[in-house]
Design a protein. Structure first.
Length: 376
């Protein structure tokens, strides 16, 4: 997932009036894979690597996660939550799961009643291509940190710039990454470095909702990937259509619930559109701090007062902080290893119990899901 805060919204061009692309098979899909109930985790791998260089101790199996209270299952609900402090200093137990199966073209749907939110958390639900990152593609479906807005975004190592008129065909979708891309909109090419302006593309319906706002809006979040495009939908619980309940979904009729559109084939600046994403598997997890969340701690009006006293000057100039100062700064883990000085890590680890992190995370930092299904 992209280690960068969402910049201010950028005005989008007006929606296109041209005919919309026709989905395959008349738009109807058949169920190919499902995860729900007590066997929800059976077809997932538990991923232990923390690619975000944060405070996460990802547990390596369902049994280990269950015993630590990180996952719970019953016939109707599946919970994945922020766990207790780890025996490893500056770490907290959690889980990150990935499907064992990959898909090229699909419709995927996750029904939830709660998603994680809170200070120090970095939840994500995304797809990742089978192959080298970012050449194989990554689609962030739901991703945010602290109390900041969630956005969808796409990352690729290939040249791909979405057509600015076509991307706004259904409704205005400004690029939430434009600010970090030096003002350029809809450029999906991704490269992370100190001097790069290549965060990937992020066309999103505005406003961007925070994790708490998502948690207060239970429903279905879905992604459709065809040879021509990718779409992200959000369907509130009270509006879930009959075709979803009958497992015969027809997303061609879901445009009113569309929150992001990636028109690869209709964009001349995106050659070989069906190759822009390799076969994808799905990943869902709760991370803490790291490349994004640690860096932007000082930008969160709520979280900046939750841990040790935030030192803005030390943050701006990367000044060391001694333990006796009882202060902290925002640290970029890619640039330096200083968890003892990082505000986010100090709050999440909460070594002396002074910041109330255990209770804060217990109340808000969890997924509560009914099912996850993939159709082809």
């Amino acid at each position: 997932p992209a280690p960068a805060p969402a910049p201010p919204p950028v005005r989008a061009p007006p929606p296109s009036q041209a005919p919309a692309p026709v989905p395959p098979n008349g738009g109807e899909y058949a169920l190919d894979w499902r995860a729900e109930g007590t066997t929800f985790f059976d077809d997932f791998n538990f991923i232990t690597h923390d690619s975000n260089h944060g405070a996460s101790h990802f547990l390596g199996s369902f049994e280990e996660a269950r015993d630590a209270g990180v996952v719970e299952v019953d016939s109707a609900h599946v919970v994945l939550r922020a766990g207790p402090k780890s025996d490893t200093r500056f770490k907290r137990k959690s889980a990150k799961i990935g499907t064992k199966k990959n898909w090229k073209h699909f419709l995927a749907m996750l029904r939830y009643s709660h998603v994680p939110h809170g200070c120090g958390v970095w939840p994500a639900f995304y797809t990742l291509g089978a192959g080298q990152w970012p050449m194989a593609g990554e689609m962030d479906i739901l991703e945010y940190v602290h109390d900041m807005g969630s956005m969808t975004s796409f990352h690729t190592g290939r040249q791909c710039k979405l057509d600015s008129v076509e991307v706004n065909r259904y409704k205005p979708m400004p690029d939430a990454n434009a600010g970090g891309n030096a003002g350029e909109q809809y450029n999906c090419y991704t490269e992370y470095c100190d001097t790069c302006h290549s965060l990937g593309c992020a066309p999103n319906v505005q406003p961007l909702l925070t994790g708490q706002e998502w948690a207060n809006r239970p429903g279905v979040i879905a992604m459709e990937r065809t040879a021509e495009f990718a779409k992200i939908f959000f369907i509130p619980d009270g509006e879930i259509p009959q075709d979803v309940w009958e497992d015969t979904p027809r997303p061609s009729g879901w445009d009113k619930w569309l929150i992001a559109y990636y028109p690869f084939a209709a964009s001349p600046g995106c050659p070989n559109p069906d190759d822009i994403m390799a076969e994808q598997h799905f990943i869902l997890g709760i991370a803490f701090c790291g490349d994004w969340a640690s860096k932007v701690w000082g930008l969160s009006g709520r979280c900046v007062g939750m841990g040790p006293t935030f030192n803005a000057t030390a943050t701006d100039y990367k000044l060391p902080i001694a333990p006796e100062q009882q202060q902290c700064r925002s640290v970029d883990p890619l640039a330096e290893h200083a968890p003892a000085e990082d505000c986010c890590t100090q709050f999440v680890a909460d070594e002396n119990g002074a910041f109330g992190a255990d209770e804060h995370l217990r109340q808000s930092a969890f997924f509560d899901m009914s099912w996850f299904k993939v159709y082809t």
